[in-house]
Design a protein around this ligand. Structure first.
Ligand SMILES: Cc1ncc(COP(=O)(O)O)c(C=O)c1O
Length: 362
């Protein structure tokens, strides 16, 4: 069984059904179709206000284009030092901004702190040789699986507002954060000062569908051009839109995220009972970061489990990974099965009876 990421899963049934339903007959191309208009309306309802929506196919495109709409080539975008935008996008935000700089700030658990952002900004000069700060980007869920509280988001946005920064949220795991907080899309975004959002859907059930959702109208002005220049204006746009319609219908996206989070919680609970296992950060959404004895790591890998070893600078102060330990990342998705979680836990706890069974590869 594969716990390497939530994108190791395929697409969910309702998303595939929506695609098949949208497939019949001709429809206008490049997003001029009725399904795209329907998704835009639906997202307006979900976010309880008028929004501008730009559908794209990857989270990297969503982040890079969103940041490029907010930051000129001579500007700075402040992010966590381990953010996806900095570490995992091969320089796409810098490329699409035509030269802006992403500044990585430290913070435990992948979280930026308002006071640290404030003191970084206070240290910048206003001389024209200094690139001016123009945006702040936070990841909800963070790269360490943590979830910003509404108060933390508001505090960061408040710093951003005072310094006239656009505030971007990388919501690759937006639904997982939403169900973890038990809040609404509006409360977690524009009501807390978010100006532009990368709304992830691929990890939680779509084939390849993400949306840039803009709350600050001025940031939307150039995005249609930017998206086209990035090769992200999909010609058969209705098939991109159809994924969202299946995803958003009947709370399917919430159900998927609740399941993923519940599977991660089950993993965390079980691992927490195993002597010698502790956690780098609390499990708050659909990711678990246990520090496990190397012998347990070996047994799990020998049993066929797949997951990533993890390296992070955002461990809690004083936390260290010993030479006989491994920090690993386990990610649950809408497709993770309870029996695979239980099988993982039985191997991790050294139960010989379960160890004799073959792991599922579904
Ligand atoms: C925090 C975060 N942002 C964005 C992305 C989206 O990246 P991709 O371009 O792979 O869809 C990911 C995917 O791993 C992610 O974890």
């Amino acid at each position: 069984m594969n716990f390497a990421s939530d994108n190791v899963a395929g697409a969910s049934g309702p998303v595939l059904e929506a695609l098949v339903n949208a497939n019949e007959g001709p429809s206008p191309a490049y997003g001029a179709d009725p399904l795209t208009a329907e998704v835009e309306r639906r997202l307006g309802d979900i976010f309880e206000r008028e929004v501008s929506v730009f559908l794209v196919t990857t989270g990297t495109a969503a982040n890079a284009l969103a940041i490029s709409a907010a930051v000129p080539p001579w500007g700075l975008c402040l992010c966590h030092e381990e953010s996806h935008a900095i570490d995992d996008e091969c320089g796409a935000p810098e490329f699409f901004t035509h030269g802006a700089k992403l500044i990585g700030l430290p913070g435990t658990g992948g979280k930026l702190e308002a006071s640290r952002v404030e003191s970084y900004l206070a240290g910048l000069s206003e001389a024209p040789k200094q690139m001016p700060p123009r945006a702040l980007s936070i990841s909800q869920v963070t790269e360490a699986g943590r979830v910003y509280s509404l108060e933390e988001i508001a505090a960061l946005s408040e710093v951003g507002r005072r310094h006239r920064l656009a505030v971007h949220m990388d919501g690759a795991r937006f639904a997982n954060a939403l169900v973890a907080l038990g809040t609404t899309p509006a409360e977690m975004t524009w009501k807390r000062g978010i100006d532009i959002l990368s709304f992830g859907a691929t990890k939680n059930g779509c084939l390849m569908a993400e949306a840039i959702i803009v709350f600050d109208g001025a940031l939307a002005e150039t995005l249609a051009y930017r998206r086209k220049r990035a090769g992200q204006t999909v010609s058969k746009g209705r098939l991109l839109a159809a994924q969202f319609l299946g995803y958003l219908a009947k709370d399917h996206w919430f159900d998927n995220a609740r399941h993923a989070n519940a599977m991660a919680a089950r993993l965390a609970e079980g691992l927490g009972r195993i002597p010698g296992v502790r956690f780098a950060w609390p499990c708050e959404a659909n990711e678990v970061f246990p520090i496990i004895p190397r012998a347990v790591d070996g047994a799990l890998r020998a049993a066929g489990f797949v997951y990533h070893p993890w390296i992070s600078r955002s461990l809690s102060p004083g936390e260290q990974i010993g030479p006989d330990e491994a920090l690993i990342r386990l990610v649950a998705s809408f497709a993770t099965r309870e029996e695979d979680v239980d099988r993982f836990l039985s191997i991790a706890s050294g139960s010989p009876q379960s160890a004799a069974k073959k792991p599922s590869t579904a």
